[in-house]
Design a protein around this ligand. Structure first.
Ligand code: ZN
Length: 74
């Protein structure tokens, strides 16, 4: 095997490893985004804190002060 072919094989191997790594990272970020997208966001009218709850929840008690707040609508 000549040095050129050897060099080309190394470059292809590095590109494949980089592509697989980028694919794994992208999949991980997508899962994190989908988990976050399945939540509702709440803003406490009493203590001004922002918190999240499971999707489909209309009201949820504030974890800081216990006041029950409706979900935010965007
Ligand atoms: Zn609160």
């Amino acid at each position: 095997m000549s040095i050129t072919v050897y060099f080309a094989v190394i470059i292809v191997a590095v590109l494949l490893v980089t592509g697989v790594y980028a694919g794994i990272l992208s999949r991980k970020q997508r899962k994190e985004y989908e988990r976050l997208a399945r939540t509702e966001t709440f803003h406490c009218l009493r203590c001004d804190s922002v918190y999240t709850g499971p999707a489909g929840t209309e009201t949820k008690e504030c974890p800081a002060c216990g006041y029950k707040n409706p979900k935010l609508k965007f």
